[in-house]
Design a protein around this ligand. Structure first.
Ligand code: 13P
Length: 340
């Protein structure tokens, strides 16, 4: 295992106030996103959309890594430059989603476990040859009353995440470890903190047992936040305090960066919450972002599948990247949302 390389790539992705653009929507997920703007999800349309994202001028100041999907890492610009090379030449580390989705966990109704370990070593070798510097695996934990998740559901997902992370490091790729506690449901912030605590505790115990180098990985957790259907929604300060308290308890200081998912928060909320965490002062790890929807929703809305809208869509990506860059330093305010 090349520990020095893993450490330096993991740190580079979150250095100088940077974060990650998650553009690794699977085919069914990108279809859902395109449906929302009435664009048919064809291979050329997906290629054009991702090209629009990756060629946006100036994002390299704020974006240190981009997560790609299997189809995307094999696509190129019209001049034949593979997307992975295009990104690397801009100083952005290309990464790859390697899990094969969350499937029902046998014998545990209402719980899921992420699949994709079979053949993973060989796939990692191929992705490394295609230019990937890091990988991502997402585990999904739902909250349903007091019975879901079960301790076993959490353990099964933590175990799969650790098997994945160990394989990545063996093959020289930085693992982004993503245990996502979903914000669907009506639970309050306290229940989210309780479940996120159990999940992070289990994930780091398994990572340790699997000899994963904490310095050579990134953690992609949910924020500690009330469910979408909960009547009481919390302020950015409340979300920041609960999230940082939970991470301080369960995430080793050796991990170089926390890159939050947005999970269904609006673009503005995700930026305001990140800002509030960085306003609290210095933390043991870089506190950053790896947003999908919170970076791309305004881009899709501006683009609508039309060439005439490409410049406006790229301005929307620049704006969200810049505002999240400011949130990395605790320098964002809602007034900055006005204008471009
Ligand atoms: P969201 O920010 O839209 O939650 O996506 C992040 C991601 O990569 C989910 O796996």
């Amino acid at each position: 295992m090349d520990s020095d390389k893993l450490r330096s790539v993991a740190s580079a992705i979150v250095s100088n106030g940077k974060g990650v653009l998650a553009a690794d929507e699977s085919s069914p997920t990108i279809k859902k996103r395109f449906d929302s703007i009435q664009v048919e999800s064809t291979e050329p349309a997906r290629r054009r959309y991702r090209e629009l994202l990756f060629t946006t001028d100036g994002i390299e100041r704020y974006i240190g890594g981009v997560i790609l999907f299997d189809e995307t890492i094999r696509q190129s610009t019209p001049d034949g430059v593979p997307f992975a090379r295009l990104l690397a030449e801009r100083g952005i580390v290309p990464g790859i989603k390697v899990d094969r989705g969350a499937k029902a966990l046998a014998q545990f109704p209402g719980e899921k476990v992420t699949e994709g370990l079979d053949g993973l070593r060989e796939r990692l070798v191929e992705y490394r040859e295609l230019g990937a510097g890091f990988a991502k695996w997402r585990a999904v934990i739902d909250i349903d009353g007091h019975d879901v998740p079960t301790p076993f559901g959490i353990r099964a997902n933590a175990h799969a995440l650790a098997r994945y992370a160990a394989l990545c490091q063996e093959e020289g790729l930085v693992p982004i470890v993503e245990p996502e506690v979903l914000m669907d449901g009506a639970h309050g912030i306290e229940r989210c903190e309780e479940v996120t605590s159990r999940v992070l505790e289990a994930v780091f115990a398994e990572l340790d047992l699997h000899c994963v180098l904490f310095e050579g990985m990134l953690l992609k957790p949910n924020m500690v936040i009330a469910g979408k259907k909960c009547a009481r929604q919390n302020s950015p300060i409340e979300v920041a305090e609960a999230t940082i308290r939970c991470l301080n308890r369960y995430v080793p200081a050796a991990v170089p960066g926390i890159v939050f998912l947005s999970g269904g928060q609006s673009a503005e909320e995700a930026t305001a919450n990140l800002n509030a965490m960085n306003l609290m002062g210095r933390h043991p790890w870089e506190v950053s972002f790896s947003y999908g929807r919170a970076l791309q929703a305004p881009v899709l809305a501006a683009w609508k599948g039309l060439e005439d809208n490409v410049a406006a869509a790229q301005r929307a990506l620049c704006k969200r990247s810049r505002l999240n860059g400011l949130a990395r330093e605790g320098k964002y305010s809602r007034e900055m949302e006005a204008g471009e």
